[in-house]
Design a protein around this ligand. Structure first.
Ligand SMILES: [Zn+2]
Length: 157
């Protein structure tokens, strides 16, 4: 099975805005191959999960800052650091996303199954990206694996 690049959806190019003009460029994400490896796809989904959680954490942080009595809300802190509020928020999400990703990578070493179920839940696979082998490839008889063994394959002990 091949997996289409989620960025360009297998088109190998992407449209980017430059100086207000829309131009076609090679897709960065898949190096213009149109497809990505299973490892990269999983890493993408881990990142998507980390981003989802990071956005939530920053949103809560923002609400907390804005509810403070001293009136120094989120916008104040943005101004203090010399950034437009949107950039300040973007940077905060990027930081939080990196922290979350590192945390999940650590957790993955000991609790792979748990991390996989979290990824499946929070950043589910996109079936429309999968390009399955054509039916004529079925000339080789498929060997059916017994179902029970499949589930335990990944357990490292
Ligand atoms: Zn691509």
């Amino acid at each position: 099975m091949k997996i289409k690049c989620p960025q360009c959806r297998g088109e190998r190019t992407q449209t980017i805005e430059e100086d207000g003009r829309r131009i076609q460029d090679d897709c960065f994400h898949c190096q213009a191959e149109g497809f990505i490896s299973e490892e990269k796809y999983l890493a993408d989904r881990m990142l998507a999960m980390a981003n989802l959680l990071a956005c939530d954490v920053v949103e809560r942080h923002k609400r907390l800052e804005n509810s403070r009595e001293d009136g120094e809300g989120w916008a104040f802190h943005a101004a203090e650091s010399g950034m437009p509020e949107a950039d300040y928020t973007f940077a905060a999400v990027a930081d939080e996303q990196q922290r979350t990703l590192v945390l999940f990578q650590k957790l993955d070493q000991g609790c792979h199954e748990l991390v996989m179920s979290l990824v499946d839940r929070l950043a589910p696979e996109d079936e429309s990206l999968f390009v399955r082998d054509k039916p004529e490839d079925k000339t080789l008889p498929l060997k059916e694996e017994p179902e029970e063994s499949e589930e335990y394959d990944d357990i490292p002990f």
